[in-house]
Design a protein. Sequence first.
Length: 183
Amino acid sequence: MDIGSNIRAIRQRKKITIAQICEETGLSQGFISQVETNKTSPSIATLENIARALRVPLAYLLLKKDEQMQIVRSHERKMTTSGSERLKVEHLSSTKNVRMMLVELPPGASTGAEPHAHEGEEVHMVIKGRIFAVQGEDSAEFTEGDSFSWNACIPHLVKNIGDELAIVLISIYIETDAAGDYL
């Protein structure tokens, strides 16, 4: 873990000096410097004092880089195509377990010729247009602002039944283990 770098980054972002941390915690400047360069590992009690001085929750100091806020600017989004109809997919964000994307479905387009299934849970929100969704024996029509969710292991299909481009916001949750492998 890179706790020291987290501490330094927070301290610098908040424009707090090492001397100010030492004054609040009673720790020496040399010790804080060694903590920030990961040359020593502080106890939990010491980390609690440092967190209090930085005015952040202790847990924030313990976050791994991939657990911290991830930012994807609109002009940096990954774009792909999906399925036989080459649907445009804009990837909004991705964490270890959750993917979020905008999918464009031209009039008449669908997520496949037949319903398909995969691991995970999905939440859909219709941003624009009119769509039809089917999962197993259930089906419904949706318009702008409507949302629906399902367990993706049941065969499902989404189709644009309108006369204009449909845009659907989709969030997919897939459980992974500590190594990031799908369970």
